[in-house]
Design a protein around this ligand. Structure first.
Ligand SMILES: [Zn+2]
Ligand SMILES: [Zn+2]
Ligand SMILES: [Zn+2]
Ligand SMILES: [Zn+2]
Ligand SMILES: [Zn+2]
Ligand SMILES: [Zn+2]
Ligand SMILES: [Zn+2]
Ligand SMILES: [Zn+2]
Length: 500
């Protein structure tokens, strides 16, 4: 049933195609894919879209692709009609009446073959169509996809250019590049002063080489200098030398020669006030050299006195150059005064200095000097305050010239006590008292007489004696004691006689 229907449609199509008619134009059939890059085994769905197409009665679809790349897997209509079919390579659809088919109408699946040819390939879909007016031209819009290899199998690195080396995939031919890995290079041609040299670098990856130019050197191989112009005493000369390698010529100056001077000739004699001059001439070029001659020294004569010096004014003397007459002056120092004998002009005293004077016999200048003070003229020492037994006195002497007084202390005399007298008898129960009196001032000095012993008649009268370090006083005291003792004995004897 389906097959017969298909045949009818086909016949109708062939019939329609045979009618050449002016159908609607501008209809386009695009074949849309989701991915543009594919590899072996990939499947892509191609969606067929119709646009700008007039309503149709029937149409066919035929996927056009490179059979070396793809195989068609399946296809299906996206619209419905009176009948539709897909036989594995072509599809047909027919409608009951003319129908709008703009939009997505069909999709099919293509699979990339395992041995597909790589690179860009075109997919498009032909669409023969008809309506009541006849054939409708539907222009297929091709789509390009690219088939690549995923797991590349690259060959060895090979030299590409001075910058990079490259490797290519043995399957797809894809090329990859990478910068060379140059070594430090070796000099393959040394540079000279004539020619540039070469340094060659080798890539350790691809074995490729590149070269670099080594600039010419300045290391010339010069020969000996050759004088090309001889110098004179007035002009410089020149010389050249040539490099045996590159032929470069170098030129240099040769210094002037020294003049050949004759002897110096004095052209102006020097004096002690002006410089002189002398010249000499080069016998070769005639150049004249001039030189100054230093001034002469003055020739001064002996110093002569112009004005004599005195004891109050400087003198002067002069000396004159015998050549130019220049005179120089200098001073003569003052002379010493001529003094007479010293004369006392004021006598010194014990209180004032004196003055002596002497006079210069030439200028009358007076010179004075002091005379030292004289000694005081003191009189005899005289007591001005008498000393007493207990108080010091004073004596003084007076200068008869200036009245200056000198004083001296007189020591106290000390008391002059007389003989001690018993002023209270000692008893057996009470002490007695002895009293001595100063013959000068009447001062009294008392002494205790010890109590008498009960049975004693006598008592050693020595008690009354005065102790003295002076032997004479001791003897006087002993004598007095003897007299007193004797007197006492007599008194006692008289008393005893009277009582009887
Ligand atoms: Zn590849
Ligand atoms: Zn390389
Ligand atoms: Zn050279
Ligand atoms: Zn000269
Ligand atoms: Zn002079
Ligand atoms: Zn004088
Ligand atoms: Zn005096
Ligand atoms: Zn006295």
């Amino acid at each position: 049933m389906k097959k017969s229907l298909f045949l009818i449609v086909c016949l109708a199509l062939i019939f329609a195609m045979s009618i050449t008619a002016f159908a609607a134009e501008d209809a386009k059939v695009t074949s849309k894919v989701e991915v543009q890059t594919l590899t072996f085994g990939d499947e892509i769905t191609v969606t067929v879209r119709m646009s700008d197409c007039a309503p149709l009665l029937s149409m066919g679809l035929e996927p056009i692709y490179d059979a070396n790349v793809f195989e068609l897997v399946s296809g299906e209509w996206l619209i419905t009609g009176l009948m539709s079919d897909f036989n594995g390579t072509q599809a047909v659809i027919a409608f009951l009446q003319e129908q709008d088919v703009n939009g997505e109408i069909f999709k099919y699946v293509l699979k990339v073959k395992a041995n597909a040819i790589l690179g860009d390939t075109t997919i498009q879909t032909k669409a023969p169509a008809q309506n009541e007016a006849g054939d409708v031209v539907c222009t297929p819009i091709p789509t390009v996809v690219t088939v690549v290899c995923v797991n590349h199998n690259f060959g060895a690195w090979t030299f590409s250019n001075n910058d990079v080396h490259e490797k290519a995939c043995l399957i797809c031919g894809l090329k990859e590049t990478e910068a060379h890995t140059w070594d430090n290079g070796t000099v393959t041609k040394a540079a000279t002063c004539k020619e540039a040299g070469t340094r060659t670098y080798t890539c350790s990856v691809c074995g490729g080489t590149k070269t670099e130019t080594i600039a010419k050197t300045e290391d010339h191989t010069f020969g000996e200098w050759q004088q090309t112009k001889a110098p004179t005493c007035s002009e410089k000369g020149s010389k050249t030398r040539t490099c045996s390698t590159c032929g470069k010529v170098e030129t240099a100056e040769v210094g002037k020669l020294s003049h050949t001077f004759g002897a110096w000739q004095q052209t102006k004699a020097p004096t002690c006030s002006d410089e002189g001059s002398q010249t000499r001439k080069c016998s070769v070029c005639g150049y004249v050299d001039t030189e100054e001659i230093a001034r002469l020294h003055h020739n001064f004569g002996a110093w002569k006195q112009v004005q004599a010096a005195t004891c109050n004014a400087e003198g002067s003397e002069s000396s004159t150059c015998s050549i130019c007459g220049t005179t120089e002056y200098r001073s003569i120092p003052k002379t010493s005064h001529v003094y007479g004998a010293w004369k006392q002009t004021k006598a010194p005293t014990c209180s004032e200095v004196g003055i002596k004077t002497r006079i210069c016999s030439i200028c009358g200048n007076a010179e004075t000097e002091e005379i030292a003070k004289g000694n005081h003229a003191y009189g005899n020492w005289e007591q001005t305050k008498a000393p007493t037994c207990t108080a010091a006195g004073e004596e003084s002497q007076v200068c008869s010239i200036c009245g200056n007084v000198q004083t001296s202390v007189l020591p106290a005399l000390g008391h002059k006590y007389g003989e001690a007298v018993v002023t209270k008898e000692a008893t057996e129960t009470e002490d007695g008292v002895k009293t001595a009196t100063c013959s000068v001032c009447g001062d009294k000095k008392e002494e205790v007489i010890p109590k008498k012993a009960p049975s004693a008649i006598d008592k050693d009268p020595q008690d009354g004696a005065e102790e003295s370090s002076d032997n004479r006083i001791v003897w006087i005291v002993v004598a007095i004691a003897a007299v007193v003792l004797g007197g006492t004995v007599i008194v006692i004897a008289i008393v005893i006689k009277k009582r009887r």
